[in-house]
Design a protein around this ligand. Structure first.
Ligand code: ADP
Length: 638
């Protein structure tokens, strides 16, 4: 609103200033601000609704007509003059807005400055052709005076429009840093001197000086700064023209006054163009910096993601590895040199699954030349450290270069698990087949000779119990492998009490076992798993006591050396764990040399150690000096 009020006031003064300076030469005014101010006024009201815009246009016509009447113009001419004087800024605004091709008024690019200049020239020519300049009759056409008028009006419209559009409409924040004070003060002084120098002599020998402030300003000021500079130069120049001694004459086709007009256009456009270009450059640099920072951040993120991956990732091209993550280094077991071709098989000791050296040709065929998704399984390293890697390849674009993305997946554990499961399955089948054969045999005996029924049934029952044990071990193992812990406070004597009770009535091969209990502690453990663990240990203690002997099992607890832990020991007086196998007996499916004497799957101790580990504790086994074994484990105290 403030801007509209200010420009409106300027518009009230503009026709008067122009018509009043209409004295220098009989035909042409010295200053002619009407077109420029009118144009800027229209830019401020352009987006109003149609009736308001028409109202403003009407008011503009009235202002010009009334001023012309007041300054003694005949009424018919005053009205015509009023209409045409408004038509020109209207045509200029419409042409500029259309040519600019985007909303907004402040010039952003060099092309916008050119569009504004073209709009100013064409609309000024239109006014001239319609005989809208004071003192220019249609009968004068074509004449030098028309040329001068068009030039003057175009210059004032263009320069005024340019300055005010930047000052009133520019919305984007300045990309250029504000200039130092000495540039501003120096420019003000030098610009004033240059204008005075230009006006010093109507033959214009020093007029080129005007280029100095425009270059200086264009190179150091912000875009707005150059608009202020141009306004300042224009005001100083306009002020100078009011001095009678400074009026250039109108002689020849292009008189000195018109040359000054052109100079003002050139210097103001030049300053602004320079500043706009610097502004654009600064914006581009800012964008580039932002993109650079963004891509740097993305690169960091990608790197972090790659390094956090368990899979090895390698990007390879014909000249070697271009990129890799830390997992690939670990999986291959050696550093991966970048950007130089390596003999893969030799460097990393790659072999086929059956241990044969893998030739680079095979590798190359699958990894470099194969289809996307092709896979290859390779063995890396030898002995206990050997790993099985599944390598898959895919084509990717790395920068501008075509590359292959290799994913290394460690399948050692997976393959071991598959092997383990298949041996587990065959062992279960084997373990079940024995008792089944026994069962079949005894059932046949009963069929053939029903008199043997009692003995046969007892044997058949043994066989079925044996099968039950195999199945239970199998199930427990599977459950504990996948299971979750639900710890709670458990009194050891309660768990063991229940367990001992059930055992007293189940002794088949042995006399009823004897238990010695000293379990005063409470622990924090999963009651179901703890029971299973103790059950296994007690089971073994009974099982690995020589037939005919009464199994004696001692269960005791005491505080562990490590604070917060309770140590539980299961001591028997049986055959003792096989010498030197105190650790191996905890391996899955491992059975001691006593296996011939007892039934089992070799899973019981693996299971117990796993349960202890799930609670964070440790488990050991040892032979007792006086015979038998001690199995000890730790659990968190309650
Ligand atoms: P399984 O009893 O089914 O063979 P385990 O994992 O429970 O499987 O035990 C593995 C091996 O450890 C047994 O084969 C046996 O040699 C040995 N072992 C386990 N407990 C005892 C024990 N209390 N006394 C002697 N040896 C034992």
């Amino acid at each position: 609103m403030g801007r509209l009020g200010f420009v409106g006031c300027c518009y009230l003064l503009a026709p008067w200033m122009g018509l009043d300076s209409f004295t220098v030469d009989p035909r042409i005014a010295e200053v002619w601000p009407l077109g420029g101010v009118g144009f800027v006024l229209l830019t401020l009201v352009w987006d109003l609704d149609r009736p308001s815009l028409l109202g403003v246009l009407g008011a503009m016509v009235v202002v010009v007509t009334v001023t012309a009447l007041a300054l003694g113009q005949p009424p018919s001419y005053a009205v015509w003059f009023g209409v045409v004087a408004v038509l020109q800024p209207l045509a200029m605004a419409a042409a500029y807005r259309r040519g600019r091709g985007a909303p907004g008024w402040s010039p952003r690019h060099a092309a916008d400055v050119g569009t504004l200049l073209a709009a100013a020239v064409v609309s000024s020519l239109l006014v001239g052709l319609l005989g809208g300049y004071p003192g220019l009759a249609l009968t004068d056409l074509p004449s030098k005076v028309l040329l001068w008028w068009v030039l003057r009006n175009a210059v004032f419209s263009f320069v005024g429009g340019l300055i005010l559009c930047v000052l009133l409409h520019r919305e984007e924040p300045e990309a250029l840093a504000p200039s130092a004070w000495f540039h501003r003060v120096g420019l003000a002084a030098v610009a004033a001197l240059c204008v005075v120098g230009t006006y010093h002599d109507p033959s214009l020998p020093l007029s080129w000086l005007l280029i100095v402030p425009s270059v200086w300003g264009g190179m150091t000021l912000t875009v707005r700064g150059t608009a202020w500079l141009t306004l300042y130069v224009a005001l100083v120049a306009a002020g100078m023209t009011y001095l009678p001694q400074n009026q250039f004459g109108y002689a020849g086709l292009l008189p000195a006054a018109s040359i000054v007009d052109l100079l003002v256009v050139a210097s103001s456009a030049f300053a602004l163009l320079l500043a706009l270009m610097r502004d654009q450059r600064a914006r581009l640099i800012e964008q580039l910096d932002a993109r650079g920072r963004e891509s740097e951040a993305q690169r960091g993120l990608l790197e972090a993601v790659l390094d956090a991956m368990e899979e090895g990732v390698l990007v390879v091209g014909p000249e070697g590895v271009r990129r890799h993550n830390s997992a690939s280094r670990q999986l291959l077991g050696r550093p991966v040199p970048l950007d130089h071709d390596i003999a893969w098989s030799e460097t990393y000791g790659l072999q086929t699954l059956d241990g044969q050296p893998l030739t680079d040709d095979v590798l190359r065929r699958v990894l470099y030349e194969g289809e996307d998704g092709d896979r290859l399984e390779v063995r890396v390293g030898r002995g206990a450290d050997a790993r099985l890697l599944e390598v898959s390849a895919q084509s990717v674009q790395h920068g501008t270069r075509a590359s292959r993305l290799l994913l290394l997946h460690d399948v050692t554990a997976q393959r071991a698990r598959v092997r383990e499961l298949s041996s587990f399955a065959s062992m279960v089948a084997h373990d079940l087949r024995g008792p089944l054969t026994v069962l079949d045999g005894w059932l046949e005996v009963v069929e053939d000779d029903p008199g043997q029924g009692e003995a046969a049934l007892a044997r058949a029952r043994d066989a079925s119990q044996r099968m039950r044990q195999v199945i239970e071990d199998w199930l427990n193992y599977a459950v504990v492998q996948e299971g979750r812990l639900h710890p709670e406070v458990v009194a050891l004597d309660e768990v063991v009490g229940g367990l001992v009770e059930s055992r007293r009535s189940a002794g088949l091969d042995h006399d009823e076992p004897r238990f010695e209990l000293d379990l005063a502690h409470r622990v924090r453990a999963d009651p179901g798993l703890l029971r299973q663990l103790l059950d296994n240990l007690v089971d073994n203690a009974v099982k690995y006591t020589a037939p005919g002997e009464v199994p004696v099992v001692t269960l005791r607890s005491h505080e562990d050396d490590e604070p917060g832990w309770v140590r539980v020991e299961v001591v028997d007086r049986g055959i003792g764990v096989p010498e030197g196998e105190e650790e191996r007996i905890f391996e899955e499916f491992h059975r001691g040399p006593a296996e011939g004497r007892s039934q089992g799957t070799g899973l019981g101790l693996a299971l117990t150690r796993r349960i202890v580990a799930m609670h964070g504790g440790q488990m050991t086994a040892r032979r007792n000096p006086g015979g038998g074994s001690t199995f000890a484990f730790t659990v968190p105290a309650a």
